[in-house]
Design a protein around this ligand. Structure first.
Ligand code: AMP
Length: 218
C-alpha cells in the first residue's frame, strides 16, 4: 500500500529539513510545492509566471493552479509508492482535493500528518537565517551550518537566501498560515491521522518524534 505523508507546520518550522530525512529513510519522493513553484519560476514556465506574483508577496497561489500541479506530480513514476508532501495542502479545498485524487487515482488515503508546532516568536529568527540550494536542501547560518560556507553539503550547489525570506513577506506568510493552513489541524484530527510534534526541540529529537509517528501509522 502506498504511503502518503503530509507534513504540516508554519513557515520556518523545519519541514524542509525533516522532509529530507523522512524521504531518505522511508524511500518516499519529497514533493514540496514551494520547491516546485521556485523551479518553475527559475525556468520561467507559464506556471512559474502565474505563481510568481503570489510567492513574491507571501500569498497563497490559487488552489486550482496548485492542485493541478500536485496531481501531475503524484502521477509520475517516482511517486508510485507514495510521497512525502511538504507545503501541500495549505487550504481545506486542497486537502479535500488531495483526498479525492488519492482515492480516485491510487485507491489510497493520507497515511499520517505530522504537524511541527513551533512558537511563533522563534519563526522569524529561524527564517531570516535560512539558506538553501536550488535543489531544496535547507541550511541555517546558526543551527544547521553547511561544511563549507555558502555551498550545499548534499549537491555542491551555491546556497542562497529565498526572495520571500524577508521580514515583511514572512509576516504575510505567517498570517496566511494562521488564517488558512492551521485549520487543517481540525480537518485531519477527526480522521485520526494528525500527530502534533514539538518543533522547539532539537532537529534530531523532532526527527525521532516524526519517525515514531510514521512507524506507528504504517
Ligand atoms: P514554501 O516553500 O512551502 O514556504 O512555499 C513558498 C511559497 O509558495 C508560499 O509562500 C506560497 O506563495 C507558495 N505555495 C507553496 N505551497 C503552496 C500551496 N500548497 N498553496 C498555495 N501556495 C503555495
Amino acid at each position: 500500500m502506498a504511503v502518503y505523508i503530509v507534513l504540516l507546520g508554519p513557515p520556518g518550522a523545519g519541514k524542509g529539513t525533516q522532509a529530507e530525512k523522512i524521504s531518505e529513510v522511508y524511500h518516499l519522493t519529497h514533493v514540496s510545492t514551494g520547491d516546485l513553484f521556485r523551479e518553475n519560476i527559475r525556468e520561467n514556465t507559464e506556471l512559474g509566471k502565474k505563481a510568481r506574483e503570489y510567492t513574491d508577496n507571501g500569498l497563497l497561489v490559487p488552489d486550482e493552479v496548485t492542485i493541478a500541479m500536485v496531481e501531475d506530480r503524484l502521477k509520475k513514476e517516482d511517486c508510485k509508492n507514495g510521497a512525502l508532501l511538504d507545503g501541500f495542502p495549505r487550504t481545506i479545498k486542497q486537502a479535500e482535493a488531495l483526498d479525492e485524487m488519492l482515492e480516485k487515482s491510487f485507491g489510497a488515503k493520507v497515511t499520517i500528518v505530522p504537524c511541527i508546532d513551533v512558537d511563533q516568536d522563534a519563526l522569524v529568527a529561524r527564517i531570516s537565517g535560512r539558506r538553501m540550494c536550488k535543489n531544496g536542501h535547507v541550511f541555517h547560518v546558526v543551527t544547521k551550518q553547511p561544511k563549507v560556507e555558502g555551498v550545499c553539503d548534499v549537491c555542491g550547489e551555491p546556497l542562497y537566501q529565498r526572495a520571500d525570506d524577508n521580514e515583511e513577506t514572512v509576516k504575510t506568510r505567517l498570517n496566511a498560515y494562521n488564517e488558512t493552513t492551521s485549520k487543517l489541524v481540525d480537518y485531519y484530527s477527526p480522521k485520526g491521522v494528525l500527530k502534533t510534534v514539538d518543533g522547539n526541540m532539537s532537529i534530531t529529537d523532532v526527527t525521532k518524534a516524526i519517525f515514531a509517528a510514521i512507524d506507528e501509522a504504517i
